[in-house]
Design a binder for this molecule. Structure first.
Ligand SMILES: Cc1cc2nc3c(=O)[nH]c(=O)nc-3n(C[C@H](O)[C@H](O)[C@H](O)COP(=O)(O)OP(=O)(O)OC[C@H]3O[C@@H](n4cnc5c(N)ncnc54)[C@H](O)[C@@H]3O)c2cc1C
Length: 447
């Protein structure tokens, strides 16, 4: 167990997705950390799909030193570049449109292929840190020390801290919180990237990213930067789809097109364009009360919050977690406080944020239900109601504008003030590890 006298903090990160890689970048900057990363995959590669880079994602990419290589894909524009449109999927009618911000201090939202994000992160991680083909089976923390046990029967450790960044079906979470269960939501995501030529002939195809809504579903279309066209959508599918363990399973187009017959001609043609799709069964579960365990295990990213892929910002949430964790570890280390204390700080900052995210999910589900009840006979009215409540009202803007660096700075200021208050009249214990003692990464948001 790590104590104030421990000279080196041995940290194991399980999982090398966006969360694990971000944690690896940030923790390897801490001079007192000895880091190992374990990943089940044989090689690190991403499925063919797009990922949104929102304002919060950009901010953290800059902290991670991984923004530069992605900057060329951002579409800052001159105020005339469409950021996103909302359309009635039944009629094609435009319901709302937003333009890319021209404010040079606001990073432009963009959409890129997932592998580009992965490459940008990987370029900041020393390759010898990551051990591939290491699928965690369980954790032995029955004694003072913590060991990892893998499917290949190997065992490694001891570690002072285990970071569970092993995604939605986290083995670390399973060990630390065995009663927590995730379940198939009854929905699958169908996604695909195809050459833009395959859809160029379709009338009314939008030039920017667009959500096409019906009362119960939506289709997302987006021309990517490199001649590819992305289509992403969700559909209700039977329990049997939830039993598929494969993430990004190739399925024939016949499985997909049948769900979108009520849509307008443009979308029916778009959905018909790919020969095959990738299917992702969506899982979700309740919010964990805490994501830390025993002062030596912490969950980050999808492992910590099974939000069923909502908000299209899970990578950013994982980055925010990684940033908070590394900042808290640095803070406590500099003050000779325990790792357990760092985890408590992490939990106290991230817990309330996730609480709010889960509340938004509940509100969105309730809005969709109300719209369905109040306007049973008029599909177009239902679409407008749901879109205006869930998509146009800007009630979710705070999610993408969330500035975790600022949140952390404010936490430090408040906490130092509290300690000063408690120690008023006593020797200046706080000054010893005061803010000068640890430096926050510079955050050059300006272009
Ligand atoms: C359909 C869909 C669309 C999405 N769109 C967006 C979007 O537009 N923008 C966005 O920001 N987010 C999006 N997300 C969410 C985003 O993909 C995730 O939130 C993000 O990948 C979470 O990162 P992570 O590192 O926590 O987990 P993961 O990406 O799941 O990575 C976990 C890693 O752990 C490894 N692993 C798992 N189990 C073990 C084990 N036992 N031992 C060792 N290694 C293990 C896995 O192989 C993997 O590499 C979307 C998600 C879905 C499903």
């Amino acid at each position: 167990m790590a104590t104030a006298n421990t000279k080196i903090l041995k940290v194991a990160i399980v999982g090398a997705g966006p969360g694990g890689l971000a944690a690896a970048i940030l923790l390897s900057r801490l001079p007192f950390v000895e880091l190992s990363v374990f990943e089940q995959a044989r090689e690190l590669r991403e499925v063919g799909a797009g990922i949104s880079i929102n304002q919060n994602t950009w901010r953290l990419l800059q902290v991670l030193g991984a923004a530069d290589s992605l900057e060329e894909f951002s579409k800052r524009g001159d105020g005339s570049v469409i950021d996103v449109e909302q359309r009635n999927g039944l009629t094609g009618e435009l319901l709302g449109r937003k333009y890319q911000s021209v404010d040079p201090n606001t990073p432009a939202r963009s959409r890129i292929e997932r592998y580009k994000l992965q490459q940008a992160l990987l370029s900041r991680v020393s390759p010898d840190l990551i051990q591939l083909r290491k699928r965690l089976r369980t954790i032995d923390d029955s004694g003072d020390d913590t060991f990892l046990e893998f499917e290949d029967s190997s065992r490694t450790g001891p570690f002072h801290l285990v970071v569970g960044a092993d995604g939605l079906r986290s083995a670390v979470r399973q060990h630390a919180f065995p009663d927590h269960k995730i379940a198939y939501t009854g929905k699958v995501a169908y996604r695909v990237l195809i050459p833009q030529e395959k859809v160029a002939h379709i009338p009314n195809i939008p030039q920017g990213s667009c959500f096409w809504h019906t009362p119960s579903t939506h289709v997302y279309t987006n021309p990517l930067d490199n001649g590819l066209f992305e289509i992403a959508t969700r559909a209700t599918e039977s329990e049997e789809h939830g039993n598929k363990v494969s993430w990004g399973q190739v399925v024939p187009k016949s499985q997909v097109v049948k769900h979108y017959q009520e849509y307008c001609d443009t979308i029916r043609e778009v959905i018909d364009a790919p020969d095959e799709w990738l299917e992702f069964a969506m899982f979700g579960g309740p919010k964990l009360e805490t994501v830390i365990s025993g002062g030596r295990i912490v969950l980050i990213g999808d492992a910590s919050h099974p939000l069923s892929g909502a908000f299209g910002s899970g990578a950013a949430f994982a980055f925010e977690d990684a940033f908070t964790l590394s900042s808290a570890l640095e803070y406590t280390w500099n003050r000779k406080l325990s790792v357990a204390k760092a985890l408590e700080i992490f939990d106290s900052i991230r817990g309330p944020h996730y609480e709010k995210l889960f509340a938004v999910l509940d509100t969105m589900a309730a809005n969709a239900k109300t719209a369905a009840i109040s306007a049973k006979d008029d599909s177009n009215h239902r679409v407008e109601q749901t879109v205006s409540k869930n998509w146009k009202a800007n009630e979710t803007a705070w999610i993408y504008e969330h500035n975790i660096v600022q949140v952390w700075r404010e936490w430090v200021t408040l906490n130092d003030l509290k300690e000063l208050d408690l120690n008023a009249g006593k020797p200046t214990a706080v000054k010893e590890g005061s803010r000068e003692a640890f430096s926050l990464p510079a955050v050059p948001i300006a272009a």
